[in-house]
Write a protein that binds this ligand. Sequence first.
Ligand code: TYD
Length: 391
Amino acid sequence: MKCRICETECKMFLDLGRQPIANNFLTRDQFDSEVFYHLGVYFCPACMTVQHRDCPVCSDVFNSTYPFFTGTSQAMIKHFAELAEMIKEKYLPADGSIMELGSNDGTFLEHFKDRDHMGFDPSESVNRIARAKGLSIFSQGFEKFPVGDSGRWQGTTDVFVSANTFAHIPDRHGVLRNIKRMMSVKGVWINEEPYLRSIIDKLAYDQFYNEHVFYTSIVSMRNVLKMHDLEIIDFELLPTHGGSIRYFIGHKKAERNEKIEDAIEREGLNSFEVFDCFGKDVEQRAKRFRQQLVDLKQPIVGYGAAAKSTTVLNYCDIGPDIISKIYDTTPEKQGKFSPGKHIPVVAYSQFAKDDTQDVVLFVWNHGKEIYDKERNRPRNWILPVAQGGAI
Ligand code: TYD
């Protein structure tokens, strides 16, 4: 495949096979019409961008039934409250304007409801909740994002925020052109995404699913920003989503930022070999994980019907004969079946009544929050990714 950024021929390092749409939880009568695609993950040897080849049409994914709500995690509510605090203190003038790309249920933007703000999101399921909080939300498909009625923001937007959104938009150059045009001279774009270095270190291949098109490394981010006269001013590592990176991005000023160049040197994500080794390790890890479950020879349940679980279940070929049900707190997923493998998703409230000992923690990235919540219900927690991955 040709790289979406620079059109160089890319090389595949991980073949996760035939996969359904990760958040497409189904009713029984939808089984026969389920959509699948091929999930191969590729590396571009020129601009070093990691990306999928195939991705379903955005409107098939981000629409009125999209079932991911940021506010289902207490840890994420706290995370966004802290980010809002930092922005008010350091980046947003009292009369300044803030825009969020991928505003979801407004968990972040509600902290700015009395300021000049705008949220963009293509999914009406989440927009309804954000608007009920009194927020201004523009419904916009990610394919042509962010355009529309945004004229008054040209060159005046002080702060852009995107958390787990930039990686979802295939037209990366389109987004960057718009941000470049809309950002004020001293403006900042704060962008967070799962960090490839953490994905590799934790063998967290479950982060690969159709909602993401790209996976970020500092080197690839620096390269694509340069094409638009933008630059990483600073970054920090975060524990969210199992290991994320938060970039602070501005208009290009310095020829060379030593902190960024040193970090690129240290992250070591500029050669195919690193990714090739990762791909082989994932294959082994997935085989061992499946065998571990089969060898238990007793009932197993899942915890958290996350999008991530879809990749694991389908790649490892794990169905209801191995994991009988998955508990989840999201009402929109309950009573439905997991994509591809059709494992029943049941209400979390029943978990306390179930004494099944072996529980696969699909939401290992919320490990701290969950171990704390379940401290009075000791279980044999099994992690689908590398041991030690729960943070
Ligand atoms: P998450 O790892 O945040 O996201 P993703 O879907 O992107 O992989 O998982 C979100 C799902 O996990 C959501 O369906 C709610 C569920 N969940 C629980 O059931 N219990 C919990 O304690 C938490 C934190 C999440």
